[in-house]
Design a protein around this ligand. Structure first.
Ligand SMILES: [Fe+2]
Ligand SMILES: [Fe+2]
Length: 295
């Protein structure tokens, strides 16, 4: 299939042009990226990042366009493919956060004709359709949450959920449901409140924001489940988390940090059916390198 047609169909269906994105914090001063990325991405920070083929023989889905994922694509040895990613960059949750592409990444993309389209806000914008699922709903579906409402605006999209979760108390919810169902035995738990569950918020990915916590509290939330908490070493993240945890303590809220990856990747898996409509093979790649980081 023709790459440009495929990308424009996907972008239209997911309303990619509707949501602004700002990745300037990582793009600026990256001369290598400037050499390889599309003018569209460099100018608008959205859409197709790399165009390395004219046609597409297979669609891959991922949460982060990591070296691990690019190597997995290379292993399958199918040339001219489209990688659709939630983020435009890989994430090092125990290091400095988002990271740029390596020389090896550029070589792999070139050699195997891997073009990369990312949909960040469009995949966070709440939806729970038969074939397309947003990040928060993807996680809620896996956890069996009874959703009661949607909240929190991010770049023009509502991205978070709140509702009821099973379990006798907070400890049981964390261990029996969240750890087991998401497959994360290294949850980052902050118990500032009583051992009760109450209303639970799911704020996928980087939900470590004091302001969002406050908004959740006002809705009646008493357990706040998000991805990132305090392991990222980037000064911006450290300052954000400090404020976030201080607010949680003040409000006596319990926090579950279940990792960036494991609070977002379900949406890519659950949206496989949508990408099947183009008649090409579709594969979600489990990022086993991310499974080792878990933050
Ligand atoms: Fe996200
Ligand atoms: Fe994210």
């Amino acid at each position: 299939m023709d790459l440009d047609n495929l990308v424009s169909d996907i972008k239209r269906d997911w309303e990619v042009e509707r949501y602004p994105e700002d990745w300037s914090f990582i793009i600026k001063d990256d001369k290598e990226l400037e050499k390889h990325a599309t003018p569209e991405f460099l100018k608008e920070n959205r859409g197709l990042i790399f165009k390395n083929s004219k046609k597409v023989n297979k669609i891959y889905l991922t949460c982060f366009p990591s070296t691990y994922v690019l190597k997995e694509i290379a292993k399958r040895n199918i040339k001219d493919v489209l990688l659709v990613s939630h983020h435009p960059f890989d994430w090092d949750g125990t290091g400095m956060g988002f990271k740029t592409y390596s020389k090896e990444d550029y070589e792999l993309m070139k050699k195997y004709g891997i073009s990369v389209l990312f949909m960040h806000v469009p995949w966070d914008a709440v939806r729970n359709e038969e074939k397309r699922v947003s990040t928060a709903y993807g996680t809620a579906n896996v956890l069996g949450m009874k959703v009661k409402g949607e909240f929190e605006e991010y770049f023009g999209a509502i991205v978070s959920l709140y509702g009821d979760m099973p379990g006798k108390n907070f400890d049981e919810l964390a261990k029996r449901y969240v750890a087991e169902k998401l497959g994360n035995n290294h949850l980052n738990l902050f118990k500032f409140g009583p051992n009760k569950i109450g209303l639970v918020a799911i704020v996928p990915g980087g939900g470590n924001s004091a302001e969002w916590l406050d908004d959740a509290y006002k809705l009646g939330v008493r357990t706040y489940l998000t991805g990132c908490t305090d392991r990222c070493k980037h000064p911006y993240q450290q300052a954000k988390t400090k404020e976030f945890l201080a607010k949680a303590k003040e409000l006596k809220l319990n926090i579950i940090g279940a990792s960036h990856y494991l609070t977002e990747k379900w949406a890519m898996e659950q949206s496989k059916l949508y990408f099947g409509k183009f008649g090409l093979p579709v594969e979600f790649i489990e990022d086993l390198a991310q499974m080792k980081v878990l933050d």
